[in-house]
Design a protein around this ligand. Structure first.
Ligand code: OGA
Ligand code: MN
Length: 291
């Protein structure tokens, strides 16, 4: 197993590993160590990985979350296992779907900087995204290093942020991109959550800004002031020097730590090309306990 950094601040590529095969304890520990240190890990050439093998691999890192797409009856799922979320512009018959299709519109919040499942309790810890089909151009995924962004805040700002709590809601990111509002089932199953604005990252001993497009209001702060603060911090944290942009090849498995990174999808010519990605994630049960 070889680990090569992909960015001066975070992110690494790992080669010499087959995640479709059962992994021994030493390999798993090395992988976990790379994730804790780098926040984003790219593992190319995993064409052998199918849905079941992805779930089995993911189980090495914690308790899997079920897909929130289970709460939308108006957007048929292609996946047979509840733990899998598909990010694609393909229907059950393998045909491209229109960009105004409900299923596609529900994926639009992914174009805003976010941390996965920050609106759920427990929130997302690691996300595993496997590329099955990628377009020849566009569709890169950008990642931002929220530990580096925290480190570069001045001391007065850090003091001001310490102890602040933020309300996260799926309705917020949907509203920002004009995606369909919450379904009755989503309203029942995905109530708003409260998350700290600054989080510790136990494995690295560093602190991180915990931001997301799902973040709506700062608890105890005037609405305008709270939203301005979240916007200002997001602008800071997503400056080019904190960003790694991943250009996908089919077979890539990318894993990221949602406690200390944000990410966003970028556009591609959807009317011409297919993009088909499979996502699994594990829950941050420690955060739930802390809350
Ligand atoms: C995700 C996500 C971005 C992309 O899987 O959580 O935001 O580029 N994906 O598909
Ligand atoms: Mn995401």
């Amino acid at each position: 197993m070889r680990i090569t950094p992909v960015h001066p601040m975070f992110g690494a590529e790992i080669s010499g590993i087959d995640v479709a095969a059962p992994l021994d304890a030493v390999t798993l520990e090395a992988l976990r160590g790379a994730l804790d240190g780098y926040g984003v890990v790219v593992i190319p050439d995993q064409e052998r990985l199918d849905d079941d093998a992805q779930i089995a691999f993911c189980q090495n890192f914690g308790t899997l979350q079920t897909s929130i797409t289970l709460h939308r009856k108006d957007a048929p799922r292609r996946m047979t296992r509840d733990e899998l979320t598909e990010l694609s512009n393909i229907d059950g018959a393998g045909q491209r779907i229109a960009s105004d299709d409900t299923k596609r519109k529900l994926q639009l919040p992914g174009r805003l900087w976010h941390s996965d499942n920050s609106f759920r309790s427990p929130p997302g810890l690691f996300t595993f995204l496997h590329a099955r089909v990628v377009p020849p151009k566009g569709g890169d995924t950008e990642f931002a290093d929220m530990r580096a962004a925290y480190d570069e805040l001045d001391e007065a700002t850090r003091d001001r942020l310490c102890g602040l709590q933020v309300i996260h809601s799926l309705a917020r990111s949907r509203e920002l991109v004009g995606a369909p509002p919450l379904s009755p089932e989503e309203r029942v199953n995905l109530p708003d959550t409260i998350q700290p604005l600054v989080r510790g990252h136990p494995a690295s001993g560093r602190k991180s800004l915990y931001l997301s497009s799902h973040a709506r209001d700062v608890v105890g702060m005037d609405e305008r002031e709270g939203r301005a603060l979240l916007a200002e911090l997001t602008d800071h944290a997503t400056q080019a020097r904190f960003v790694y942009s991943h250009k996908w090849s089919a077979g890539d498995m990318v894993i990221w730590d949602n406690r200390c990174t944000m990410h966003r999808a970028t556009p591609f010519p959807e009317d011409r090309y297919r993009r088909d990605m499979r996502r699994t994630s594990v829950a941050d049960t420690e955060a739930a306990v802390a809350a």
